[in-house]
Design a binder for this molecule. Sequence first.
Ligand code: SF4
Length: 223
Amino acid sequence: MDNNKKAVRELRIKRVGEALKRNNMEFYYADSASDVKGIVESLMKDGDTVTHGGSVSMAECGIRELLSSGKYNYLDRSKATTPEEIKATYRAAFSADVFITSANAITEDGVLYNVDGNSNRIAAIAFGPDSVIVIAGYNKIVRDLHEAEVRVKTEAAPPNCVRLDCATYCKETGRCVSLTKSGSQMYDGCSGDGRICCNYLISAQQRHKGRIKVIIVGEELGY
Ligand code: SF4
């Protein structure tokens, strides 16, 4: 990347970082995806019980390999085979030491915005694990909550519906059906069983200072 553009990008990320800190979240800057693993490692202790939400950003940073290293008690959701085991893994996340996820969007005033279908991810962000580590590429930064809504409806949910093979309007057309009508609300969308936008979490100033740690990467990651 052009060095001048990179410098401006870093300045924007660091402004968002200051806003996150004002909202009682910790902030870490990673120059590239390859720098994320070391930061995540520094935020966990050997023997910690660790799990995560579904996250393309996390996978792109090699975090699953770190969790599988044997240093941690890794609650690996991919090992669950029956609906009962999957449900048990999701519930165990509430008493984990560390939960790792990404964010659908981060506003310039330091607010995390996440939309979920199954909603185990947003539940664990809001309550349960002692520590929540959020890994987000530069592309997740938006001006405000309105941009965050649009980002989910155009850039996050459609590729996730393709990835998860959910039969939705956005999987077929590339954008949320709510964008085809004027005056739609945040919660407007499709009505089929495959819908992945069901619960909406806005994480503003936190009561538990430092529980949420946000790593913003100077590269595009995830959706
Ligand atoms: S509400 Fe439905 S169509 Fe709209 S973004 Fe979510 S899954 Fe896609």
